[in-house]
Ligand binder design. Structure first.
Ligand SMILES: [Zn+2]
Length: 225
């Protein structure tokens, strides 16, 4: 990998992206498999629709800083709005309940997507990406995906944020192209991430730098598959 591409796992650099559905970009390396997955869903009566795909570092950084500044709501474990903690470490952990570390979001890879079944969406419904949707209106779709992922004909895709793995809460809507993401994550190091934070205007910087090794054990490495 060239030096320029060495920053791809952190959402930096210039990935080779293609627009797979309107407004949603993925790594060109997964386009063929993703189209096969979409076609397979269609043959089985589902319309796989992306709700999120590639997200650059700057976007995740903006979410992180706006949550820290109180410009976006902070939610507690149950998803209810919470008071903004005054201590930097408590604030950092509160943001981490629902938001990935900038530079360590799997959406930086371009190999991970959030999906719903468009055919199961009531007219005008705005998707929230919640566990309740996965077990509610999209339950049949997710059961179908589970079947595919268990069958060995899943075109490289599988779930990542499952119960019992790491400290990121389970995300039933999030799936990843495992082989393509693995190739990128082989280039990832906490040392490089630390260097990025040191030269970035990021909220809770001191707490992040102080706790980064422990954070990696809980929020990053468990999801390297
Ligand atoms: Zn996701």
């Amino acid at each position: 990998m060239s030096t320029e591409n060495a920053l791809l796992p952190y959402g930096l650099g210039s990935p080779d992206l293609v627009e797979i559905q309107k407004g949603y970009l993925v790594d060109s390396a997964i386009a063929e498999d993703l189209n096969k997955l979409i076609e397979c869903c269609r043959e089985n009566g589902f319309e796989l629709r992306l709700e999120s795909a590639y997200r650059p570092f700057e976007k995740q950084l903006s979410i992180w800083n706006r949550k820290a500044r109180g410009e976006l709501p902070l939610l507690d474990e149950s998803g209810n709005p919470m008071q903004r903690p005054s201590g930097e470490e408590d604030l950092m952990h509160a943001i981490l309940t629902w938001s990935a570390l900038p530079g360590a979001s799997r959406h930086h890879l371009g190999t991970d997507i959030d999906v719903v079944d468009a055919l199961s969406c009531p007219p005008g419904y705005e998707v929230q990406l919640t566990p309740a949707e996965c077990t509610g209106m999209f339950a049949r779709f997710h059961a179908f995906l589970d079947g595919l992922f268990g069958s060995g004909r899943s075109f490289g895709f599988n779930r990542v944020f499952v119960p019992g793995r790491g400290k990121i809460r389970p995300e039933g809507w999030h799936i990843a192209h495992i082989p393509a993401s693995r190739r990128l994550l082989e280039q990832f190091s906490v040392k490089t991430l630390r260097g990025i934070y040191e030269r970035t205007d990021i909220a809770c910087k001191d707490a992040l730098l102080k706790n980064l090794d422990a954070l990696a054990e809980d929020y990053i490495y468990p999801y390297f598959l």
